[in-house]
Design a protein around this ligand. Sequence first.
Ligand code: NAI
Length: 469
Amino acid sequence: MADFDLIVIGSGPGGYVAAIRAAQLGLKTACVEGRDTLGGTCLNIGCIPSKALLNATHNLHEAHMNFEKMGITGAPALKVDWERMLRYKEDVVATNTRGVEFLFKKNKVTRLQGWASIPAPGQVKVGEEIHTANNILIATGSEATVLPGITVDEEVVITSTGALSLGQIPKSMVVIGAGVIGLEMGSVYARLGTEVTVVEYLDAITPGLDAEIARSFQKILIKQGMKFVLGAAVQSVERTKTGARVSWTQRSDDAPGEVEVEVEVEADVVLVATGRKPYTEGLGLEALGVEMLPRGQIKVDAKMQTNVPGIYAIGDAVPGPMLAHKASEEGIAAVETMAGQYGHMNYDVIPGVIYTSPEVASVGKTEEQLKAEGRAYKVGKFSLMGNARAKAVFQGDGMVKMIVDKKTDRILGCHIIGPAAGELIHEICVAMEFGAAAQDVAMTCHAHPTFSEAVREAALACGSGAIHA
Ligand code: NAI
C-alpha cells in the first residue's frame, strides 16, 4: 500500500488548496514544500505582500490627496517609516502563511519539508527519503522571466521579489513591462514619491485587457504621476555607480514599425516585470517522459492529468492565466477527479484583478476578442461620475463596461475600473455562471448608495438605458 493517496508538490494557492480539499474528500494527503513557510510565491513574495504595500501606500496617497478636502488637516506632515512599512508587510505574510499551517493541521494534511523530485511514477523523493503515493499533483508555480543579457541582483536590478524588500525608497525607478506586476509595484513606489517610468514594448499597457479600459487606466495612472514610454523594446540594463542604465529602442509614431531612436535612461532601481515562466526544474519530468509544451508548460488534459498515469499538474506550471485563483480552481478540480467526483473547470469565467487604486477587474471577453471572433455584441457603459458613492470618495474617474450578446442579451464579459472593482466583478462572475442576461442584473435591486449600483447601471445601459447617465 502506498504511503499516501496523494502527494502535492508545492504549497502555493494551487497546491495548498488542492491538499486541503483532497483531505476533506477523504484522501490521505501530503504536501511537499521547499521553502521554510507554506503558501508559495503568492503568500510569501507575491499577491499577499504586494497587497500589504498597496494598502499602506493607498492610505498615504489618500491622506495626501483627499484628507484636506474632507477637513482633516495635518496630513502633509505624514512621514513614511519604510522599515516599519516592511515589517507590517512581513506580519501580513506571517499571519497568512501560519494560517495555511493551521489549516494543514486541522485537515490532517502531512507537511513534508524539502525540494521534491519524482524518481518514478508513484514516488516522490524529498531529501534522501522516498514517499509513495497513488497520485502526484505538481503545483510548482512559476518564476520571473528575465530578458536575455540582464542580470538581476534584487537590489538595483530587481524582479517583483526585490521590489517587496528594497533597502530604501528609490528616487527613481524604471519599470520594464506595463503588465500587472509592473503597474502594481510601480504604483506602490509612485505613491511613495519615486519617479516611476514604465517602459513597454507594446503600444498599450496591460496586454489582454479590454483596450478601452486599458486606455482609461493609463490616463488615471498618468494623473497619479506615473510616466509611460510605449512601443519601446528594452535592449540592455547595466549597473552604474549609483544605479542602472536602461537602454531601449523606441518606435516612432510617424513611421510605425520602424525603429527610430535609441534611448538611454538612468535610474536608482530597475524593475524587470516582463512576465513569468513555469517552474518545473529538478522534478525529473524529462526522465519520466512527461509531455511538455513549447513554452515550458506541462501538457495536461481537461482533468489536469499529464500523459503519465497518476501524475497531475495545475496552476502556473500548466497553460492558462497565471493567477492564484485559477490554480486553486484547477487544484480542486484535479483532486475531485482523483476522489471519483466530477472535477470541473470553467475557463470562461476566471476574473482578473489589478490591485491598483482604483482597481481594475475583468471577466469574460473583451471587445477585441469578440470582434476577432466575428460575434455580434452590444456594449453598456456607465461612468462612475454618475455613481453617488464613488463621487463621495473622490473616485468618479472609473467606469463599468458590460458586453452582451446582441441577440440574446447574455453577458459575455465585464470590465470595471473603480473602487472595489475586484469585489464588484464577482456579481458578474456569478451571473455568467448562471448564463444570465444583462437584464437579469438590471432587474436586481441594488442597495443605494453603493459602488455596485454602477454595475446595474451598465446592465441597464445594455438595454433601455442607465438612469444616472
Ligand atoms: P505580464 O505578462 O502581465 O506583462 C509583461 C509586459 O512586459 C508585457 O506587456 C510585455 O509586452 C512587456 N515586455 C516584454 N518584454 C519587453 C521588453 N524587452 N521591453 C519592454 N517591455 C517588454 O507579466 P508580469 O506583469 O511580469 O506578470 C507575470 C504574471 O503574474 C502575469 O501572468 C500576471 O497575470 C501575474 N500576476 C497577477 C497579478 C494579479 O492578478 N493581480 C499580480 C502579479 C502578477
